[in-house]
Design a protein around this ligand. Structure first.
Ligand SMILES: [Zn+2]
Ligand SMILES: [Zn+2]
Length: 321
């Protein structure tokens, strides 16, 4: 971000394909993946791509084949843009693993713009009771945190550790708490620890501090590989560590006895299915999630990303046109 890689440009308004709708953007969340796209941690899939995949907007044009959405509908656009629907992953309900999948704000232009297109079958209906700014972070931070929590197989009433406490973690923590878990947070930013305690977690300590009790499960949100052995060592026998991010720095070597024996497991989290998205949004409709946002005007998107990189965002940054 030091080289200011984002530039504001004028481009024609995109036209929706026959199975797509055009959305006028009303808010777009800023996700750590945008940082990985912008800084080049992820390979370039579309040169000069418009980032942004937590898009809330209004349908303003409709492709000829679309029957499921109407003009004026409020919709969400998320990371997973399209899958093939035919490969064996898609057919068994694991469309998050589709090798031919496309992504908003990586393979196709996203929501750091006034307009964006989305295939109608991949747009989400949004829960009532949340403003555009509040609902935007649910579309990736919320969904990925939710999937990561499922991936831990946390037992009912279990003890969950959360490493890193940004936009995704502060939502996943609330889902876990609502489901009766005891949550311990380990993170380096003191403001994030304060937010965690305010949301009702049992403890909040330094990033590499041992939690006050052994964990049945943990989620690693920080993109920091050296925390993998730290988190594994904090697990109780049979515990599961889920790694939520799309990018992780290298994991140091593990010591089998200390980190993996007693049936401790490491699981990655790759994107999400539409079913995950619908489940999280339905959960948010039933349980009021306290979404902490930090708003930025569109022309300060690079500042939002720089603040995210430097841990200066508490909760989730959201761009507003
Ligand atoms: Zn597929
Ligand atoms: Zn994201």
């Amino acid at each position: 971000m030091a080289t200011r890689p984002l530039v504001m440009v004028e481009e024609p308004t995109p036209a929706p394909a026959p199975d797509e709708v055009l959305v006028r953007v009303r808010a777009c969340g800023v996700c750590r993946t945008d940082l990985h796209v912008t800084e080049g941690d992820l390979p370039v899939r579309r040169p000069r791509v418009v980032p942004g995949h937590e898009v809330v907007g209004e349908v303003v044009a409709i492709g000829g084949e679309v029957t499921s959405l109407a003009l004026g509908d409020r919709v969400g656009v998320a990371w997973l843009r399209r899958t093939c629907g035919q490969c064996h992953y898609c057919r068994r309900g694991a469309e998050n693993l589709c090798p031919r999948s496309q992504y908003t704000g990586w393979t196709h232009d996203g929501g750091y713009a006034e307009y964006a297109t989305v295939p109608a079958q991949f747009a989400y209906r949004l829960p009532e009771g949340y403003t555009d700014e509040q609902v935007a972070p649910l579309l990736c931070a919320g969904i990925i945190g939710y999937r990561a929590l499922q991936r831990t197989s946390l037992p009912p009433g279990g003890r969950l550790g959360i490493y890193g406490f940004g936009g995704s973690a502060h939502l996943a923590a609330q889902v876990a708490l609502a489901q009766g878990a005891t949550v311990h947070v380990m993170t380096r930013a003191s403001k994030a620890r304060e937010l965690a305690l305010a949301l009702g977690v049992a403890s909040a300590g330094a990033a590499d501090a041992p939690p006050p009790e052994p964990l049945d499960a943990a989620i690693l949100f920080a993109p920091v590989g050296w925390l993998v052995p730290v988190a594994l060592q904090a697990l109780d026998r049979g515990g599961v560590l889920a790694i939520a991010g799309i990018h992780l720095s290298d994991v140091p070597s593990l010591v089998y006895e200390r980190h993996l024996f007693y049936e401790r497991e490491v699981r990655s989290v790759t994107s999400n299915t539409r079913e995950d998205g619908r489940s999280l949004l339905a959960f948010a409709a039933q349980h009021r999630l306290d979404v902490h946002t930090q708003p930025y005007p569109f022309d300060r998107a690079d500042e939002a990303l720089a603040d995210l990189a430097a841990d200066r965002v508490t909760g989730a940054a959201v761009l507003q046109p």
